[in-house]
Design a protein around this ligand. Structure first.
Ligand code: IPE
Ligand code: IPE
Ligand code: MG
Length: 258
């Protein structure tokens, strides 16, 4: 639709893009897309208007990540295990919106060589959404471009418990020695199995993780903006990446320090 025109970059974005492409890019960017409801309320609109607008922003960021950054992995937090606590009407709307997003975008994403993944307790989602997810995964599973990882009914604590349970079962079955459980093996039991850890976690509207990638983000750089997600832009995205590139990552050592 309007996506192509939306991708023409402002002079400032073009300048930032040229700059960030000269340095190593993060392999994995993960985003907590927050503030949709408040953005809509401030315009005197229903919260659902904010969610719809949020989908457009997400689509722009995905498009840009493919076309200009050739990013390896992008994770988007779409619905948390805690979001069930919202009014039924909003939850239903969000389920429907995710389903529509997949249905409308899957062909384009597949053509752009995107591999779609979904992390979270998919079995608890409405069946029609589960079917759409499965279809999108099947359609894109031979692609090897951007890993687009959607966190849907995702909670990091639930993910970690699930990993523990699967390892305990392997121990009980005599297939695994407790001593051989190490970080690598544990990571194989997480939804993010096979993906690099996020290098950069971006959050709009707030400054907390809200049960997102607690294990995987151990050494991620964190970038926040008070702007709500519908106001997030290519320029802000590039600013986050540029800030990321200017931070020395020492992983507990003294490397890079004067
Ligand atoms: C983020 O926006 C989208 C989801 C969590 C699904 P919110 O819906 O949390 O919007 P605010 O934070 O209430 O403004
Ligand atoms: C985090 O946003 C979850 C998603 C963006 C899907 P929330 O709005 O649910 O988180 P809190 O309530 O601000 O912690
Ligand atoms: Mg919120």
């Amino acid at each position: 639709m309007a996506t192509v025109e939306r991708q023409s970059l402002s002079a400032q974005s073009q300048r930032l893009l040229n700059q960030v492409l000269q340095r190593p890019l993060p392999r994995h960017i993960a985003i907590v897309m927050d503030g949709n409801g408040r953005w809509a309320k401030q315009l005197d609109r229903d919260r659902t208007f904010g969610h719809r607008q949020g989908v457009d922003t997400a689509r722009d960021i995905v498009e840009f990540s493919i076309k200009h950054l050739k990013l390896e992995t992008l994770t988007l937090y779409a619905f948390s295990t805690e979001n069930w606590n919202r009014p039924r009407r909003e939850v239903d709307f969000l389920m429907d919106l995710m389903q529509r997003f997949l249905r409308e975008q899957v062909d384009r994403l597949v053509k752009k060589n995107v591999q779609l993944r979904v992390m979270g307790d998919v079995g608890a989602l409405p069946e029609s959404l589960q079917n759409e997810i499965q279809y999108a995964i099947d359609r894109s599973n031979s692609n090897d471009g951007l890993n687009l990882n959607l966190a849907v009914n995702y909670g990091s604590r639930q993910e970690i418990l699930r990993a523990v349970q699967s390892l305990v079962i392997q121990v009980q079955d005599g297939k695994l020695e407790p001593e051989s459980i190490n970080e690598h093996l544990f990571e194989q039991a997480l939804y993010t199995q096979g993906l690099p850890d996020p290098d950069l976690v971006i959050r709009t509207a707030e400054q907390r993780l809200s049960n997102f990638l607690l294990w995987q983000a151990a050494y991620a750089e964190f970038w926040t903006t008070p702007s709500p997600w519908p106001e997030f832009s290519i320029e802000k995205f590039l600013t986050a990446i540029s800030d990321f590139q200017s931070r020395p990552r020492t992983y507990g050592s003294l490397n890079n320090h004067a």
